[in-house]
Design a binder for this molecule. Sequence first.
Ligand code: NDP
Length: 281
Amino acid sequence: AADFPLTVTLRNGVTVPSLGLGTWKMGEDPHLGEREIAALKAGLDIGMTLIDTAEMYGEGGAEHVVGEAIAGRRDEVFLVSKVYPWNASRDGTIAACERSLQRLGTDHLDLYLLHWRGQYPLAETVEAFEELRQQGKIGAWGVSNFDLADMQELMEVPAGENCVANQVLYNLSRRGVEYELLPWCQERNIAVMAYSPIEQGRLIRNDTLVHIAKAYQATPAQVALAFLLEREGVIPIPKSSHPQRIEENRDAAYLELTDEDLEALDAAFPPPSRPTPLEMI
Ligand code: NDP
């Protein structure tokens, strides 16, 4: 994290780069494996040492790809994975974590997230997370796709306040979280990991982004990421299987948007003026 220009310090005291590497869609096609591994390694080489994966991605395939990419350099990486809600019972969470560790070729995750809410009581999942933490199998735990009411419920559960992150859909075209959830998390220093930060690639064709990018000889993807990086405690996790795009995304950390740019972005993508239910992809 020391190499990266922007960092976030989590509630457990660990400092991470403010921009991570996503891995959804990786590990699905064996022919692309080598390219995906190379892309992730290229990201690590330029300071993007936070990797976000999940048991869901490629049904374990993405974790295998990540395992290959981090082999021999586990200490450089802040590794995040997620448990399926239907595995998130007291014992199921522990078993799922052990399977993820096996695929990733490591003995610990830095952060383990409940992928979204399911049928098991939060208290059960949290109890399992706390046990994994005590065993050193995870450094910290968090949640994903939790709206404000879910977070409030979580805080009522024993040890619920140990949650360090909530990973949610957040980008210029999905700003609902700014109304309540983001400030609520910021007040408590719960990191907000912004998933699909360039709306799965769709934002790069937006005219306003194209226009702002031109003035800086930057790219629309960089503007979309810079918009998120401006915000305290927000960690966008763009995914790319191309080393040059990963470098482009990294360089968003050096792009500073002016008040004028931010006004133009607000005009094109109005911030929420009332509570909006959390969206999911
Ligand atoms: P992103 O917004 O990160 O967009 C990824 C797409 O954009 C890919 O098709 C990629 O193509 C393309 N892309 C990336 N960088 C550039 C660039 N600089 N210029 C042009 N195109 C680019 O979407 P994701 O949905 O992948 O979200 C990111 C990560 O968030 C996921 O990979 C996953 O780790 C996490 N996530 C979590 C969810 C949750 O429920 N917790 C849900 C969804 C995502 P290519 O690879 O070909 O370069």
